[in-house]
Every structure is written in C-alpha cells, then in structure tokens.
Ligand binder design. Structure first.
Ligand code: FEO
Length: 170
C-alpha cells in the first residue's frame, strides 16, 4: 500500500529535485556572469536532469493514486567564490540528495511498500552517476587550479555536455 507518510515523503523529494534544478540554474547564471558559458551549458543540462527527476516522482505519485502538492522552492545562492567552489557545492548537494533517496528506500522497506522500493532503485543508480559526474569535474578543476589556460580548456570541455532524456520504458 502507498501510505500517506510515503506520499508526503515523495512530495518532499519532488521539492528537493525542483530545488536542485533551481540551484543548478543559479550556478549556470553565475558561470555566465564570469564568462564560463561552457560550464553554464553543463549546468543547463543538469537543470533538465533535475526537472526530469522531479517529473518521474510526480508521475509515480499519480500512478499510485496520490496527490502531488507543489511547495515553495527555497531561494538558491547567487554567488560562489570560483568555478571550483560552485562544483564543490554541487557535489555536496548531490551527496545530500543521495542521502534523501536512501531514506526513502528505508521508509519504503519499513512499510513493506515493494512497489515504491522498486521504483526508487532507478534513483539509487542515478545518484551514483550524479555524484560521479559532478565529482569528476570537481577533481579536474582542482588540478587546473587558477590557471587561465586550464580553465579555458575546462570550459570548452564542459560545453560539450548535452541532456539526453531517459528511454521511455525507464
Ligand atoms: Fe536529482 Fe541531482 O539528483
């Protein structure tokens, strides 16, 4: 059964995913402001990923006969001290989201809600990818340091990212 507690927890996760998209949009605008539009494009793809995550949770609540309640989205920061600082903040944020997904799985298991448990497994795998991709950029930026040439090359590399929507059956 899909409990009211589970429904409320997923609604709260929808808000967390929407906040993630808002946070990454804010980081993207910061990158545009410091003339790192490649990093801005990378974040634009990340915004779309997060909206897709929120959409998957919304569809699931509807499928289980629940009601999606959209809550206020917190204001994200406006500035970071560097490109690296922004990506480090993104990595910390993804770790928090992973912890939230883990808590949802624990709740689903406690309630013997196997359908929700099964649904959440996609997000468990997704969070491994999310942490890995943000972590990889963060490590490269640490290597580059404050080198103008290195940052220029990194920005060009980041500009290549495009959002690929998941296959329909997922
Ligand atoms: Fe929706 Fe980046 O986790």
């Amino acid at each position: 059964m899909f409990s009211e507690k589970m429904e409320a927890a997923i609604n709260s996760q929808i808000n967390a995913e929407l906040y993630s998209s808002y946070l990454y949009a804010a980081m993207g605008m910061y990158f545009e402001a410091i003339d790192m539009s490649g990093a801005g494009k990378w974040m634009d793809a990340q915004v779309q990923e997060e909206l897709m995550h929120a959409g998957k949770f919304m569809s699931y609540v509807n499928e289980r006969g629940g009601r999606v309640i959209l809550d206020t989205i917190e204001k994200p920061p406006v500035e970071w001290s560097s490109c690296l600082a922004a990506f480090e903040a993104a990595l910390e944020h993804e770790k928090k989201v992973s912890a939230l997904i883990n808590e949802l799985v624990t709740m689903a298991r406690d309630e013997q809600d196997h359908m929700t448990d099964n649904f959440l497994q996609w997000f468990i795998a997704e969070q491994v990818e999310e942490e890995a991709s943000v972590g990889e950029v963060t490590r490269k930026l640490r290597l580059v340091g404050t080198s103008g040439g290195g940052l220029f090359m990194m920005d060009r590399e980041l500009s290549a990212r495009v959002f690929t929507p998941p296959a329909k059956e997922e």
